[in-house]
Design a protein around this ligand. Structure first.
Ligand SMILES: [Zn+2]
Length: 290
């Protein structure tokens, strides 16, 4: 099964418009307060099974949200509530998820390939990290992993949700990869990263590149769980099979829960620099060779 095409920008934009209409278009956004204003009862549910992030319950015209607490991160819990708000606010969602009354069980966090789950995830991303305020905040933070950590602090979001949003917003070439063991869970590349000639996008289930820092880092499961971190200079080729040699930085941090690792790859070189170089080479090579 392939990932359904979901227009992530469109669903984030719907969330941002809602924030403007509610007069809540600033960071940090409080999804609990939005639910309260809608008359939705929100409660913690500590005994959910693994993978379940929350539930939306419909009874007549009344709605309730339960959110999982097995992951203690506030960012995760806020995202879970925002995801359920997505099902509540997005056109067509209540009709698709409920035949009359009932309970919808969610697996938020870009983990499933279900269209409605992904739409609610992008809505949650836009709700907690609306474009305007997020871009403004981005101008005040550093680079790479440091930037993502500072933004997570400002937005009250998890490191992974922030990293995905960062990769989809940043102007510079950047990639974020979440992995478990020696396998890729998912990867997001910024537009400018994708512009590099020959860059291929790592897919779910791909084996980590042997020469990457992440592959070495993940052999120590204890380090991943202890949220250890590391960084190294690498070639972009190691990760993405870029046609030309481009210097990059690979930063890695263990995410603790579930033994996942977040990798952030950035480079100061742009695909435009690369084009210029190629063009120069093309222009001069024949003269030198003759
Ligand atoms: Zn859901």
């Amino acid at each position: 099964m392939t990932r359904p095409k979901v227009d992530s920008d469109a669903f984030r934009a719907k969330a941002e418009l809602l924030l403007k209409n509610l007069g809540r278009h600033k960071l940090p956004v409080d999804p609990f307060a939005i639910a309260q204003d809608e008359g939705i009862v929100v409660e913690a549910k500590p005994d959910t099974v693994g993978g379940v992030s929350g539930m939306l319950i419909k009874s007549g015209d009344d709605f309730g949200i339960l959110y999982a607490t097995h992951i203690r991160s506030q960012g995760f819990q806020r995202f879970s509530v925002a995801h359920e708000l997505g099902h509540y606010f997005l056109e067509g969602h209540p009709e698709a998820l409920f035949a009359g009354d009932g309970t919808h069980v969610s697996r938020a966090g870009f983990a499933t390939r279900d269209r409605y789950e992904l739409e609610a995830d992008f809505f949650a991303s836009g709700l907690l990290m609306p474009d305007g305020p997020f871009r403004a905040a981005m101008r005040r933070v550093g680079d790479g992993l440091e930037a993502i950590e500072e933004l997570a602090e400002v937005c009250g979001t998890s490191l992974t949700a922030t990293a995905i949003r960062f990769a989809q917003t940043v102007r510079e070439p950047a990639a974020v990869i979440v992995s478990t063991g020696q396998r890729v869970e998912y990867a997001f590349l910024s537009d400018t990263m994708r512009e590099f000639a020959g860059v291929s996008w790592p897919r779910k289930g791909d084996v980590l590149p042997e020469d990457s820092l992440t592959a070495r880092f993940n052999t120590d499961q204890g380090g991943v769980e202890a949220r250890r971190r590391d960084a190294a200079e690498i070639g972009l080729r190691v990760w993405f099979g870029a046609r030309r040699a481009v210097d990059a930085t690979e930063e890695v941090v263990g995410l603790g829960e579930y033994g996942r690792t977040l990798t952030v790859i950035t480079t100061d070189t742009s695909a435009e620099d690369e084009d210029e170089e190629a063009e120069l080479e093309e222009r001069w090579t024949p003269r030198f060779s003759r």
